[in-house]
Design a protein around this ligand. Structure first.
Ligand code: BG6
Length: 881
């Protein structure tokens, strides 16, 4: 007779789960309810199960108990499901096999069957067999049975598996947290080896056989199956077929869970990712699919959300565009792609690591912290919201490169001919913006590349600073407020902290299990002294696969990629990948030889390499010192100083330079000799001199000369003299003897050679200008690159001795003939200011930026090289940017 200890129905409630159990003898009927689903099952010890066969009362008793539970179960399952369960982005569709979203985590008693498909492949050898060995040792109370599957025939497969388990599973790679002596570990290793059964898996029949064997083994050990984990360590094209076979013939029965772990790549763009997902969903429910991204198993990555959550009070308020200057997500690799070009060439760096590993990191740093950190639904909802807020990217937001030896490796491994080449990028920098109230306008710079100077992965949040220290801080006393403010997460880097927080920021809170890291005071962290940081270690970096295998065993789906998140991530990348198809990557030597070759600059919403392809600085966009200044503009232009701003600012700067030069010349030589150009450009300068400097400028000591003049009467509206006279000279107190118009109209008509106008002007210069050196020559630049009236392809102009000459070069003009200063007079000047204004001049400025252009015959302005004076460029934003 059976004695009933208790038939009471108890209710114990934890945060996540409600357990209702009905206990009689050692038979438990258990109802488990998570936030979104309930399940019931009967548990009994193995010894009892054996006796149950003989003692017919027991099942009846358990049955009674179970019926009670079923009523309670029905009651609970009619409670409103959590909002999350119905709105989960990845709730299984109608056609999916129906499995509760958060299945009960049944562990402990019973067996978990693990089937590795592709068991003899590289991934399995390197990570999986060791990962599962670690799991076995960490979860000693759980029984596991292992099945190895591959397309190799049974005999050979068994031999191969023996070798792999012998050679690739080691006690030295078991986490230190597992308490085991060396002997115990060796014993465990032997048991592990024996627990693996090999199966050839090609056809549905093979899967059927495998599953019959699993079933038989379960029967023979008389244990309940609690879950079945399939690890797909095979290429993605095989996924759908395998999933179909599993669904058809190899699903576990009863309440045992099924989990299919899949390796990337999950498609190569949105369409293919969707296609693969729907193919899988025909056979597996969403919550049975565990897409692995091994970066989510890295300590640094796993620390991001908990750190943010713990420090929500301190850093939550500054985690936004008001305070964050930029976010960097950097994954540098020193290795090349040798040996896996066949795979790599189809993907390239953006599909290989950016769409997955680095986008995951971006989501973790930028998403809103889920209300309930342990709810997969909250987590997925916030992650999806973030991914959908990433702005569409254009080619201006990416730079790509390929290391030089890639081409040879590619030919070798793909057997392509000499004249063929691959343009797959092995390096990329990408600039993201996120249109959320929190992140609006904050640049997120993502960067990754093969064959770089070192292996280093980090996430860095750089904060703005409004601090100014008047008294030099005493850093030895811990006075760090004036130092840069950053939070850095290092990912998978040995010897470096998991998190480093500038001492100029509040001291963070960290989980109790973390330890403060004492860094060598002489060391640096990303170029800053280590002593500037509070540094913490979250523990020794465990192998990411081992970590994720365990997460899968526990059913922690937030450590895996859901279908919706996958598609959202591909939605970010697909348009950019498409537009970059036609852009050839920049070749880089690799390693440290790459020098500054791959440096880049953020300018507004654009990202550019700082260097031009010819190795010169890309002056427009670069600013060698990396100063953001006014929109990141350099202080130099070609070989001269650059002064820029709006049109008004630029003109005002030139006027100031004129004033300074005038005062200095008058102080030393008693007069100021300036030559002005014609055309429309200087009009705004004349206006400025009139409006703002009419009274301040030393006009009485100033001599006004001309860089050039059209061959028209000086009273003509086309005359340069007339223009400046009508705009400025007639209004200022300048003696008329100080005005020096060019003598274009003498006795024999306009610019007649017989009159010798150029010589007359040259003698006047000689007579009046000390050392024949103007104090200041102002030049405009034509759209064709001409200065004064020195036009392209007119080599006679370059004679060194002609201070003044006649020019025929203005071919497009109705008045082609001009008189002009020659380069000798211009270059002899003490100061030369080149004024370029308006977007009409943008093209010519763009050409001038290309410093490899040196042909002055094509662009005469390039012949402006002062002998012993200064050259300054005054270019307004419209022309420059
Ligand atoms: C893989 C990529 O996902 O990650 C490789 O396919 C890359 O190209 C690797 O080298 C980097 O991983 P880890 O763990 O070495 O940083």
């Amino acid at each position: 007779m059976l004695t009933m200890w208790s038939s009471a129905v108890s209710l114990a409630s934890t945060k996540q789960t409600t357990l209702i159990f009905c206990k009689s003898q050692n038979v438990f009927a258990v109802l488990t309810c998570s936030s979104s689903a309930c399940s019931a099952r009967i548990k009994m010890p193995l010894s009892l199960r054996y006796r149950v066969k003989k003692e017919s009362n027991k099942p009846r008793l358990a049955g009674f108990c179970f019926v009670t539970l079923v009523w309670i179960f029905i009651f609970f399952s009619h409670l409103p499901a959590t909002a999350a369960s119905s709105s989960s982005p990845d709730a299984p569709g109608e056609s999916s096999p129906s499995v509760p979203l958060d299945e009960p985590r049944i562990h402990g008693d019973g067996v978990v069957n693990v089937i590795i498909i592709g068991a003899t492949g590289d991934l399995s050898r390197r990570y999986l067999w060791q990962g599962f060995f670690n799991l076995v040792n960490e979860e000693k109370d759980q029984k596991f049975h292992f099945y190895a599957g591959s397309r190799i025939g049974t005999d050979e497969g068994e031999r191969e598996m023996k070798r792999i388990l012998e050679q690739n599973v080691s006690c030295s790679r078991v986490p230190a947290s597992v308490a085991m002596t060396a002997e115990e570990c060796e014993r465990a290793r032997a048991v592990y080896r024996d627990s693996v059964t090999y199966h050839m898996l090609k056809k549905t029949d093979d899967y059927e056989k495998l599953c019959n064997n699993i079933h038989r083994k379960m029967q023979s050990v008389r244990l309940e199956e609690v879950g079945r984990m399939f690890y797909f360590a095979v290429p993605a094209f095989a996924y759908a077929g395998i999933a179909e076979n599993i669904n058809k013939v190899c699903r576990p029965t009863g309440k045992a869970w099924l989990r299919a772990v899949l390796e990337k790549p999950f498609g190569h763009d949105t369409a293919s990712a969707k296609k693969l997902s729907s193919a899988l969903k025909e056979h597996l429910a969403e919550n049975e699919i565990y897409r692995i991204d091994h970066y989510l198993g890295k300590t640094g990555v796993q620390s991001i959300l908990p750190f943010r959550s713990l420090n929500q009070k301190t850093f939550g308020e500054i985690w936004n565009s008001e305070n964050v200057e930029r976010v960097e997500i950097v994954m540098k690799e020193s290795l090349d792609s040798k040996g896996r070009i066949y795979f790599y060439d189809k993907y390239g760096v953006m599909r290989d690591v950016m769409q997955n590993h680095l986008t995951e990191i971006m989501a973790l740093v930028a998403m809103e912290i889920p209300t309930n950190l342990s709810s997969i639904h909250d987590y997925q909802r916030e992650k999806l919201a973030l991914l959908s807020q990433v702005d569409h990217m254009t080619t201006d937001q990416a730079v790509i490169g390929q290391y030089e030896s890639y081409a040879d490796e590619w030919r070798e491994e793909t057997e392509n001919g000499e004249d063929e080449t691959s343009t797959v990028p092995t390096f990329a920098g990408v600039l993201f913006f996120i249109s959320s109230p929190r992140w609006k306008g904050v640049p997120f710079l993502m960067l990754s590349g093969k064959k770089l100077d070192k292996k280093e992965t980090y996430l860095r949040i750089v904060f703005k600073s409004s601090h100014f220290c008047t008294i030099t801080p005493d850093y030895t006393e811990g006075d760090h407020a004036c130092r840069p403010k950053q939070i850095i997460f290092f990912i998978g880097s040995r010897g470096l902290p998991t998190v480093a927080v500038s001492r100029s920021l509040p001291k963070p809170q960290v989980p109790n299990s973390w330890r403060v890291l004492e860094l060598d005071p002489g060391a640096d962290i990303l170029g800053l002294p280590a002593k500037d940081f509070n540094a913490y270690s979250a523990g020794a970096e465990s192998d990411a696969y081992s970590v994720l295998i365990k997460e899968c065993y526990y059913g922690n789906r937030d450590k895996f990629i859901g279908s919706s998140e996958l598609v959202a991530s591909w939605d970010i990348w697909t348009p950019l990948l498409a537009v970059l198809e036609d852009i050839p990557p920049r070749r880089y030597p690799g390693g440290r030889d790459s020098g500054r070759w791959l440096d880049m600059e953020i300018k507004g919403r654009k990202l550019r390499f700082s260097h031009d392809v010819d190795g010169t600085w890309n002056v427009e966009d670069s600013n060698r010192y990396g100063m953001p200044s006014t929109s990141g503009i350099s202080k130099t232009f070609r070989s001269g100083a650059l002064h820029t701003g709006s049109k008004e600012e630029t003109v005002s700067l030139l006027a100031k330079h004129l004033l300074i030069a005038a005062r200095s010349a008058i102080a030393t030589r008693g007069a100021f000799h300036v030559a002005f150009p014609g055309g429309s450009t200087p009009e705004s300068l004349f206006l400025h001199l009139f409006l703002r400097m009419r009274h301040r400028f030393p006009w009485r000591e100033t001599h006004v000369w001309f860089t050039d003049e059209r061959c028209v009467p000086l009273t003509s509206e086309h005359s340069n003299f007339n223009q400046i006279y009508s705009k400025l000279l007639q209004y200022i107190p300048i003696p008329y003897t100080s005005l020096h118009p060019m003598p274009v109209q003498l006795t024999n008509g306009l610019c007649s050679t017989e009159d010798g106008g150029p010589d007359l002007y040259a003698s006047e210069i000689k007579r009046l200008v000390p050392d024949q050196r103007f104090d200041f020559v102002v030049l405009g630049v034509g759209e064709d690159g001409h200065v004064a009236s020195l036009f392209p392809y007119n080599d006679a102009m370059f004679g060194k001795t002609n201070n003044v000459l006649l020019s025929e070069g203005a071919v497009q003009s109705s008045i082609p003939r001009r008189m002009t200063l020659g380069f000798s007079a211009i270059n002899n000047s003490r100061n030369i200011g080149v004024l370029i204004i308006g977007d009409r001049k943008h093209k010519i400025v763009d050409r001038l930026k290309q410093t490899h252009f040196t042909d002055a015959s094509e662009l005469p302005v390039l012949a402006v090289i002062p002998n012993n004076g200064t050259l300054s460029w005054f270019i307004d934003h419209d022309a420059l940017l």
